[in-house]
Design a protein around this ligand. Structure first.
Ligand code: ZN
Ligand code: ZN
Length: 495
């Protein structure tokens, strides 16, 4: 899953990769197609599918994700960074350096003359412009039209519920419409502070558009996380709502696609394949499950609801996450210790329409997301996590004894071993065989305290760790180098 990072934390090479991918899209024409889509949305006013209405956030989420997927086709390592203007709010922020967005406009024309998007590079000519606009270079006028949102302003906006309110447009009260508050009080000033090209209907001509909107999308995701029971509003068919802004309305300009995106289809940003670097490891709505405990009852009480669970694996080994009941739920597993690290997803591997995930899991905290197979259905279910019974336990390796035979029989399998050090000294842990094993050593007296790891220091593709160990119990995890790899091996510990 792609992680969208704060632009201020990007390394020089990450900035260079983003810039290069953006310029590659500009060179092949795709970039200008995106600019034209944004301009066309505004020009459809009063039927703008993207602004001044409830779908402002969903439309831009879909739009940014499509742009991000286009960037990923150029360079799979690239995600859209976000610009947190509550922190990076000066004209000298590193965002504006010549290795990234370039600086402010200069002179009467407000032309941007520094950085990779300066007209003089010959690679950033504005070809899609608002009607009557003949300026073909990027322009900026920092601060000329107002100031950037503050942290207080953002906090106040995040406290507004419901999502939106009648009349479902730019006249919705900013005290009863989170969407209009975010759009008008937080989002618009970002465009205005940068000024120049960012003021136009063709504002994506300035690449900072994507970083600005990425932050808006992050704030929506944060609001969703803090208000898990507050739904998108309004439903499709609500009187006076512009087409594209109802929950299940296809969103133009993608409404002619076989499966057009709707506001509902983008509510879960993780399901779209990305997350934000500041999302907490646990959310307030997370329910904890205990391995081996009776099933926990729950329900998908509202269409589109996602229930989140966590559980702790203390003893590595095979675990089963299963749902029970007559509701067709889909279960996705994440971890260890990372809510965004997708492992697998299952719909119907259990009895009836229930989901069942069986997996060898290392020690750590895991997260389960449960949703209804149908985005418009509700129903009750229960969920349980069990360790494999009988628990195979952890095999013991005798120091200087015979090698222990093992098999990695399933993708992502992790075999765990232990050995005891009674006299401190150098110990060599080594695999043998034709399987490309990967060794991780933990201890002393802990299955989770990382010491070191190795891939290929042994003969062939075998692993070898030589470590100076004090007395205590140590744990060796063996996995395949490849997540999909399987094969047999042996593992030994020698002094
Ligand atoms: Zn827009
Ligand atoms: Zn905007």
């Amino acid at each position: 899953m792609g992680i969208r990072k704060n632009q201020s934390s990007l390394t020089a090479s990450e900035k260079a990769a983003f810039v290069a991918a953006v310029k590659a899209l500009k060179a092949n024409g795709a970039y200008d197609t995106f600019v034209a889509q944004h301009r066309a949305a505004f020009m459809a006013s009063p039927n703008d599918p993207a602004h001044r209405g409830p779908a402002f956030l969903p439309w831009h989420r879909e739009y940014l994700r499509r742009f991000e997927l286009a960037l990923e086709e150029i360079d799979s390592s690239v995600s859209i960074p976000y610009w947190d203007w509550t922190v990076d709010r000066t004209t000298t922020a590193s965002l504006w350096n010549a290795d990234f967005m370039g600086g402010n406009g200069t002179g009467a024309s407000r032309q941007v003359t520094t950085g990779p998007f300066a007209f003089s590079t010959g690679e950033w000519t504005l070809t899609v412009r608002d009607s009557g606009d003949t300026i073909t270079f990027l322009t900026r006028a920092f601060g000329a039209m107002g100031s950037l949102p503050t942290q207080q302003g953002v906090s106040a906006a995040l406290n507004v519920v419901p999502y939106d309110s009648a009349p479902w447009n730019s006249n919705s009260s900013t005290n009863t419409s989170f969407r209009n508050r975010l759009e008008v009080v937080i989002h618009n000033p970002g465009h205005m502070w940068v000024g120049g090209s960012m003021m136009a209907m063709s504002s994506p001509n300035d690449p900072v558009f994507w970083l600005h909107h990425c932050n808006i999308d992050r704030l929506w995701a944060e609001w969703q996380r803090e208000n898990p029971t507050a739904n998108y509003l309004p439903p499709s068919g609500t009187a006076g709502v512009v087409a594209g802004h109802g929950l299940d309305d296809p969103m133009p300009p993608w409404d002619n696609e076989a499966t057009p995106p709707t506001p509902r289809s983008v509510l879960d940003h993780r399901a779209l394949g990305y997350t934000y670097d500041d999302e907490p490891g646990t959310s307030p709505g997370t329910v904890s499950l205990t391995v081996g405990a009776p099933a926990t009852s729950a329900s998908i009480g509202e269409a589109g609801e996602v229930d989140i669970y966590s559980f702790v694996v203390a003893t590595p080994g095979s675990h089963v996450i299963a749902t029970q009941g007559s509701t067709d739920v889909v279960t996705a597993l994440y971890g260890p210790d990372d809510m965004a690290a997708f492992i697998t997803e299952d719909d119907d591997s259990g009895p009836g329409s229930n989901s069942r995930i069986e997996r060898n899991l290392a020690a750590g905290t895991y997260y389960v997301r449960v949703r209804h197979y149908s985005g418009s259905s509700v129903g009750s279910y229960s969920i349980s996590v069990s360790g494999s019974a009988p628990q195979p336990g952890i095999q013991t390796i005798q120091v200087n004894g015979p090698a222990v035979q093992g098999t990695l029989s399933a993708p992502n399998e992790r075999d765990m071993y232990t050995f005891t050090v009674t006299a401190s000294g150098i110990y060599t842990i080594e695999t043998a065989g034709n399987t490309d094993c990967f060794l991780t050593l933990f201890g002393p007296d802990s299955q989770t305290t990382f010491i070191t790891q190795d891939d290929d220091s042994g003969p062939g593709f075998n692993s070898r760790i030589a470590a100076n160990l004090a007395s205590g119990a140590y744990y060796v995890q063996v996995r395949h180098y490849s997540p999909d790899g399987t094969g047999s091996y042996s593992v030994s510990v020698r002094t």
